[in-house]
Design a protein around this ligand. Structure first.
Ligand code: NAD
Length: 498
């Protein structure tokens, strides 16, 4: 059995722990590797290596850092297909979708290539007689990233390119379910000329995460994953004096008004609900059909759901792959059953789907559940599978109230041809990322990504300007260069500008 090891100090490291976790091929249902699970000693070694590397990397010039980032950008671009295939084999998503996530990660690298501009400080001349004030930002030290299984390349790239460009060093703890993409990314950083120890990868589970959260030399923690773990990471990391941004789960609603073009809206709904088998934090999992839109919408969406080509991620004909593990499949299947038991209508039932030649794969077919009530488990839970729940409301205001009553606030969308309704929606919903006739409104890399409410714990969103702010801290310098003969002696009142 192949063992996936850590990457510490610019090379592969087996670590000292004997614990491992299986890595599956979701399309075949077979175990393809095992991944080492780091213990406290392994985390200590990665953090010590990163802390030593910080001494020199934090002093490197902006142009040195930019050159490495541009080289890294080129290498990720060249190796996009390789990264995408690794993702597909361990996550299950189709290769074209995996290429898309690498592309979106690459956009953050491109944003970070502009670090000389992003780190420009402020300067105020002559704030008082002979006094100038200026500010500049410095890196924090060792930053840790703890990331989910669903975007094994993109989500870490929300973090490490920005952190490293800012002069920090980084320890990444990727998901133990699909760990290999991070190892190739580590090799590409090394090939790009990043000094050893600036970017490290440790695999593991709670034991490794807790060791990072408790390590005194970890200055900041970026987390993306489910809400209960995000809350825990924020609490424990903050209690240990670290800067923490912890992005959690989601229940993203897409509102469809009767004036929306039906074909356009339904195409986008099925793509956003079933793409990547619904395992996206910005997946649309609740369609909110307003007024007379409902019946026809359910009919058209159901027809399109039945037409989705489900198969192994490596098959170019597949539009949707399996879910990540057998446990994930069983949970999704159970939730679909609960919808039927609790009185919803299964318009399309994806349970029991088998793919010829891949009978042991972790497949669930696209599922559409109509007449979903807000107390039902399928509405309250983040299903994280290819399941679209349809909730019916009478007005756009009722749809806004529904969204605002939900504990999550990651993304949402509205489909309409009314500018007035769209504007009311964008101003009224308590959600961090909003799409208007755009189903998965993931902001471009030069904006910041983050939800509201239980979808984010901490103050800063990731990448974009807030990412740069998260990975740096400011100094403000007040300076005076007096001529010696100007001295007027000591003054004991509180200094004010003159
Ligand atoms: P998860 O919370 O199970 O795991 C995320 C990370 O936390 C992994 O690295 C895992 O090893 C670690 N972890 C798991 N249990 C832990 C514990 N008890 N203590 C400490 N660490 C622990 O999430 P997942 O299943 O890998 O990913 C899916 C979730 O991530 C979904 O809820 C999805 O919405 C969310 N997500 C959110 C965003 C966002 O931007 N808000 C983006 C992607 C995914």
């Amino acid at each position: 059995m192949r063992t996936i090891t850590h990457w510490i100090g610019g090379k592969s490291e087996p670590g000292t722990s004997t614990r491992t976790s299986p890595v599956w091929n979701p399309a075949t249902g077979e175990q393809q590797a095992e991944v080492a699970l780091a213990n406290q000693v392994d985390i200590g070694s990665a953090v010590a290596t990163a802390a030593a590397a910080f001494e020199t990397w934090s002093q490197s010039s902006l142009s040195t850092r930019t050159k490495v980032l541009f080289a890294f950008r080129e290498l990720v671009n060249q190796r996009t297909q390789d990264i995408a295939e690794i993702i597909s084999d361990e996550h299950g998503k189709v290769v074209s979708d995996a290429r898309g996530e690498v592309q979106r990660g690459l956009e953050v690298v491109e944003f970070a290539c502009g670090i000389p501009t992003l780190l420009k400080g402020e300067y105020s001349d002559q704030v008082s007689g002979g006094v100038d004030v200026f500010s500049f930002r410095q890196p924090l030290g060792v930053c840790a990233g703890i990331t989910p299984f669903n975007f094994p390349a993109m989500v870490p790239m929300w973090m490490h390119p920005v952190a490293i460009a800012c002069g920090n060093t980084f320890v990444l703890k990727p998901s133990e379910r699909d760990p290999s993409a991070s190892m190739l990314v580590a090799e590409l950083w090394a090939e790009a000329g990043l000094p050893d120890g600036v970017f490290n990868v440790v695999h593991g589970d709670k034991e490794a995460v807790d060791a990072l959260l408790d390590h005194p030399d970890v200055a900041a923690v970026s987390f993306v994953g489910s809400t209960p773990i995000a809350r825990y990471i924020h609490e424990r990391g903050s209690a240990n004096g670290k800067r923490v941004q912890a992005l959690g789960g989601a229940k993203n609603h897409a509102v469809v008004l009767p004036d929306a073009p039906l074909d356009y809206a339904s195409d986008h709904l099925v793509a956003a609900a079933f793409g990547s088998a619904g395992e996206r934090c910005m997946a649309v999992s609740a369609a909110v059909a307003v007024g007379s839109a409902a019946d026809e919408l359910v009919a058209v969406v159901s027809e399109k759901a039945r037409a989705v080509q489900v198969g192994p991620g490596r098959d170019p004909a597949s539009e949707m792959g399996p879910v990540v593990t057998a446990a994930a499949r069983d949970r999704i299947v159970g939730l679909i059953g609960s919808g039927a038991d609790q009185g919803a209508t299964l318009a399309v039932d994806g349970r029991g789907l088998t793919v010829p030649g891949y009978e042991d794969g972790f497949f669930v077919g696209p599922t559409v559940i109509d007449n979903v009530g807000r107390d039902m488990d399928v509405y309250r839970e983040e299903i994280f599978g290819p399941v679209l729940s349809v909730v019916r409301t009478d007005s756009v205001d009722e749809a806004i109230a529904l969204i605002n009553a939900n504990p999550y606030g990651n993304g949402t969308a509205i489909f309409t041809s009314s500018g007035e309704a769209a504007r009311r929606f964008q101003r009224g919903v308590n959600v961090g990322m909003i799409g208007i006739n755009v189903p998965i409104p993931v902001p471009m890399a030069y904006y910041s990504f983050g939800g509201w409410k239980d979808s984010l714990f901490g103050d800063k969103h990731v990448h974009g300007p807030e990412g740069v702010s998260f990975y740096t801290r400011a100094k403000v310098v007040t300076s005076r260069w007096p001529e010696v003969e100007q001295s007027t002696g000591a003054s004991y009142h509180f200094p004010t500008a003159t």
